[in-house]
Design a binder for this molecule. Structure first.
Ligand code: R5P
Length: 283
């Protein structure tokens, strides 16, 4: 397997190569004067099994992914890894005339296999025209917290969609888990309900995505109200729009922990081990 790194996932691609013992090919990325993307795979991948790794956090990340797939046309097998898949939250049609945007994206990907990580909606997996694997990074987050000396830890999902993440991470620490019920009021604000036995305890909030931070801000406040000792905030995909990180710290987050599905030098947990393990299982 040869790793072909897209421009948005360079560090992660390198780590996957190191972890799995795969060659990571040299790349060239630039833009034409009119802003169009140019890229080149600097080594021959014809006849090889290739793993293209490119997160699609921004619209401008999609074109390089399509270019990479095209450049690997003569590869023996193409595995496309989208550690973060943008548009996955647009998984259904809510009003007539709307596209199913995640389906539009999925249909444009021509590969032998697609690998996603904690994709927001499993519906999205049905939209691809090839095999899809959805890897789970919750255990990696659990392992991070297992190394800390948390006091009577409680893992909490800020909404029902994140219950399995809280459950899986809690198992690693041998801790309890619980969840809030969430109602979204505006794109940036939510209200939650649900009893929480958090008095004097260290609580780890865990979600798939932090976007505006509204969900976590509400959950942090609720946990502080019921006497939580420290509230740690964690997620797989650090989308962090506008002042999300500041909102979280201002709300009382002790620490914010997230993976490198979206590249950031502040990621404390890498998803490279689960990607590398999956790629090894293919060879
Ligand atoms: C939604 O169901 C997701 O799991 C996240 O809870 C949501 O995307 C977080 O968004 P925000 O940070 O804007 O509240």
């Amino acid at each position: 397997m040869i790793v072909v790194s897209g421009p948005s996932s360079q560090l992660l691609s390198w780590k996957v190569g190191k972890e799995g013992g795969f060659e990571v090919v040299d790349m060239e990325y630039s833009r034409f004067p009119d802003g169009e993307s140019y890229l080149r795979i600097c080594e021959d991948v014809d006849g090889e099994d290739v793993a293209i790794i490119q997160s699609t956090r921004f619209d401008q990340d999609f074109i390089p992914l399509l270019q990479l797939i095209d450049a690997c046309e003569k590869a023996h097998r193409i595995v496309v890894i989208m550690p973060y898949m943008g548009y996955a939250r647009q998984d259904k049609q809510f009003k007539p005339g709307e596209p199913i945007s995640s389906r539009a994206v999925a249909r444009s990907i021509e590969a032998d296999e697609v690998v996603l990580i904690n994709v927001h909606s499993e519906l999205v997996m049905n939209y691809f025209m090839c095999d899809v694997t959805n890897l789970d990074a919750s255990k990696l987050l659990g392992e991070y917290f297992a190394k800390m000396n948390l006091s009577d830890p409680l893992f909490v999902a800020p909404d029902e969609g994140a219950i399995s993440l809280a459950e899986e991470a809690a198992k690693i620490v041998n801790a309890e888990y619980s969840y809030f019920k969430k109602k979204r009021i505006t794109p940036e604000n939510v209200i939650t309900s649900g009893e929480m036995n958090a008095m004097g305890r260290d609580v780890v909030l865990i979600d798939d995505i932090i976007s505006t931070g509204g969900t976590m801000v509400e959950a942090i406040s609720r946990l502080k109200e019921v006497g939580a000792r420290n509230v740690y905030v964690s997620c797989v995909h650090p989308v962090f729009v506008k002042n999300a990180m500041l909102r979280l710290y201002r709300a009382g987050a002790e620490e914010i922990v997230f993976t490198d599905t979206i590249e950031s030098f502040q990621s404390k947990v890498s998803v490279a081990p689960i990607i590398a393990r999956h790629l090894k299982s293919l060879s």
